[in-house]
Write a protein that binds this ligand. Structure first.
Ligand code: ATP
Length: 323
């Protein structure tokens, strides 16, 4: 393999830059010319490529976001869009592609691979909903941002005797809510995976109030049946909470833009480098990730069909520890 390209796709995740840097420098160290594709699959279709040297990826390991840019590209869902992307790649003499991204991005990678083009995926999304890696690039940073916010909110909630419903990201996956809720000592956690009736939640918060706690922190996953504001509205309309004043706070994109933690820089570096090594060695059509603490490769067709469950022990512990 003489020419290898790398792209980032879907939602940006802190640590993507570390993965780009590691993939580029590992490829170069194997004597392969490295290329960056700008703006994800849109850039692939437009032929937005640039050759990358070691210095082009200097001083990026500490930065959030992605220096290659990312995009959501509807055209890549179509066969014609992907054919055009393939023509662009082949026209530039590129013989392999590393796709750094989450579920959707790996589905696109699998589609490209099934058309006969060598692709390797890198597990990267703050949602941690990707099958084939226990942990994905960006999760640790997003968790730490959420945790910092929860800690701060708890202080002000205590001063004012409030119940605060804190909404965290994660799309349809409750991983961020579950783990930040446990680490932040939340009184309750609302997840998409577990049905929670608003009446039940209100009763629980009321119970916390009656036990004399100066605050109640409820961490709500954005993909739950009721989001944080939806729950507040429900409580108001049904006159469900007395005692605490209650408010919702949506953390939103602040969780995505932070500088990567040490763990995400190391994970990005490990996976980015492994992706370059795998594709150069001829192991293609796989996702590189971490399984039980070790580097793993999982076929992309298995990745896109698989569903990753929430960690069972933490799910049980959430109930037990909120007292
Ligand atoms: P995150 O969940 O962290 O935002 P993601 O990779 O899941 O990341 P998506 O927006 O779902 O983000 O997907 C990114 C891009 O991947 C899409 O804009 C599209 O170009 C491509 N993609 C998604 N699904 C498919 C599919 N079924 N076939 C081909 N391409 C796809």
């Amino acid at each position: 393999m003489k020419n290898l390209a790398v792209l980032t796709s879907g939602g940006d995740a802190p640590g993507m830059n570390a993965a780009i840097r590691a993939a580029v420098r590992t490829g170069l160290s194997h004597g392969v010319s490295m290329w960056g594709v700008y703006q994800g699959y849109s850039g692939l279709i437009e032929g937005n490529f640039k050759r990358l040297g070691a210095r082009d990826v200097g001083s990026i390991i500490q930065r959030g976001g992605t220096v290659l840019g990312s995009a959501r590209c509807a055209e890549f869902h179509t066969e014609e869009g992907r054919e055009l992307a393939l023509r662009r790649l082949r026209g530039a003499g590129i013989e392999g592609l590393i796709v750094i991204g989450g579920n959707g991005s790996q589905t696109g990678a699998e589609a490209l691979h099934s058309m006969g083009f060598p692709v390797v995926g890198v597990a990267s999304t703050i949602d941690n909903d990707l099958y084939g890696s226990d942990i994905t690039i960006g999760v640790d940073t997003a968790l730490n941002v959420a945790l910092n916010a929860i800690d701060n909110l708890k202080v002000t909630a205590s001063s004012h005797s409030r119940a605060l419903l804190v909404e965290v990201m994660g799309r349809k996956c409750g991983y961020l809510a579950l783990m930040s809720g446990i680490a932040g000592g939340a009184e309750a956690i609302v997840l998409p995976e577990v049905e929670t009736a608003p009446e039940q939640l209100a009763e629980r918060i009321q119970n916390v109030y009656e036990r004399g706690k100066p605050h109640a922190i409820v961490v709500v996953a954005e993909g739950a049946t009721y989001n944080a504001e939806g729950l507040c509205q429900y409580f108001r309309e049904h006159n469900l909470l007395s005692g605490y004043e209650f408010r919702s706070t949506v953390l939103g994109y602040v969780q995505r833009g932070a500088a990567p933690t040490c763990a995400d820089r190391l994970l990005g570096t490990r996976l980015g480098s492994a992706a370059a090594e795998q594709i150069i060695a001829g192991n293609q059509g796989v996702l590189v990730g971490i399984t039980q603490g070790e580097l793993s490769t999982t076929p992309l067709d298995v990745v896109v069909k698989g569903k990753k469950p929430l960690p069972a022990w933490f799910l049980k512990a959430a109930e037990m520890l909120a007292r």
